[in-house]
Design a protein around this ligand. Structure first.
Ligand code: ATP
Ligand code: MG
Length: 336
């Protein structure tokens, strides 16, 4: 079983990333051989960004992932831009991807309206590169948050279509979306997901926030009309916080509801803020230690890229052969 997932480089990983994705990565290290995690610098350039900051943000993200529990001895951790095979595969896969499919993706629609200067074609092609990321490793399972469901569906379609057209070559992966915490909501605008690029500053809890800042954000979190600490379809704000506390405590959301029976919203919000701050504190402390040594981080990413390349180059050679790209493979070079 092979697990693959990618995450954007930013120093400001939020609670949605942590619960929806990173915790699953950590858990995947013991279930898959190999589990592969990629910091996607090439995806980050599809929206406005600062070139001089991109490399720094990759180091930030590598340190956050390791602080949360990724161990480069037990997984492959690397930077997307270091493995050229993925970009080549992206181009090859555009031949079996329809423009209409890309145009319909929610992420493209949401992010294209917020671009002031230019809606890049890269933003449209984003899911094809994402498909190439996973398919290059013949990944079986892709741990992601709910917002990425549609992109994983698309990569399955791309793999199937490729296999129908060119012969069985690629593996259609399954998504793995957590049952609780798949869509952590913005604390100020619970109608929206907590987001790196789209959310409100006060509604976004960062993994590296100081405990005081975390407590303050929860105290000010928007709740719903009503008074009981119970989940409900019309109670996005309180449901979100119940789910968050359930993840922190490692219990089912029903248990949290029971624990806060008869308690008021104010007491509940203080409890969530306190417990979450304590839960994230060790991650923030480990981050500070790891982030200081950029040479060590670069060594880890380089070693990861080498392992990744060894896998991706085999897939890309198969894809090229199936598509008739480049010279025919010579008999002497074929594996026995
Ligand atoms: P952006 O909003 O700019 O797309 P992002 O916050 O979604 O950024 P990504 O690097 O695109 O960050 O996502 C990394 C992982 O985190 C993905 O698997 C994504 O599904 C997951 N994720 C992102 N936001 C949430 C959220 N609010 N709740 C749960 N999972 C999330
Ligand atoms: Mg995203």
């Amino acid at each position: 079983m092979i697990i693959f997932s990618g995450i954007q480089p930013t120093g400001r990983k939020h609670l949605g990333n942590h619960i929806g994705a990173i915790l699953q990565y950590v858990e995947g290290q013991d279930r898959a051989e190999p589990s592969i995690y990629c910091i996607v610098d090439l995806h980050a350039i599809t929206v406005e960004y600062e070139p001089s900051a991109l490399r720094e943000r990759v180091y930030d993200t590598a340190a956050i992932l390791m602080a949360a529990g990724l161990d480069p001895e037990r997984c492959i951790l690397f930077r997307q831009g270091d493995v050229h095979e993925q970009t080549e595969l992206c181009w090859l896969l555009t031949s079996v991807t329809a423009i209409g499919e890309l145009n319909r993706m929610h992420q493209f629609r949401d992010k294209s309206v917020s671009q002031r200067q230019l809606v890049s074609s890269g933003l449209l092609l984003y899911p094809v590169l994402q498909a190439a990321d996973v398919l290059a490793y013949r990944g079986n399972e892709v741990p992601v948050g709910e917002d990425q469901r549609e992109h994983v569906e698309l990569m399955r379609d791309i793999a199937r279509r490729f296999n129908e057209r060119f012969g069985e070559t690629l593996v259609a992966p399954e998504h793995r979306i957590p049952t609780v915490g798949a869509r952590v909501r913005d604390l100020q605008e619970p109608g929206r997901k907590m987001s790196t690029t789209g959310g409100s500053e006060q509604g976004t809890v960062y993994v590296l926030d100081e405990p005081d800042a975390i407590r303050k954000k929860f105290k000010r979190a928007v709740t719903d009309s009503g008074a009981e600490v119970l989940r409900g379809p019309d109670k996005a704000g309180i449901t979100n916080m119940i789910d968050i506390l359930a993840v922190v405590r490692g219990v089912a959301p029903e248990v949290v509801e029971r624990d806060f029976e008869g308690k008021r919203y104010g007491d509940f919000k203080s409890a969530v803020g306190d417990e979450l701050a304590a839960w994230l504190a060790p991650v923030r402390e480990r981050y500070a230690e790891l982030r200081g040594d950029e040479d060590a981080l670069e060594d880890i990413l380089e070693a990861g890229a080498e392992k990744a390349r060894a896998i991706a180059s085999v897939t890309v050679a198969d894809v090229r052969a199936a598509m008739g790209v480049g010279p025919a493979r010579r008999a002497s070079l074929r594996p026995a």
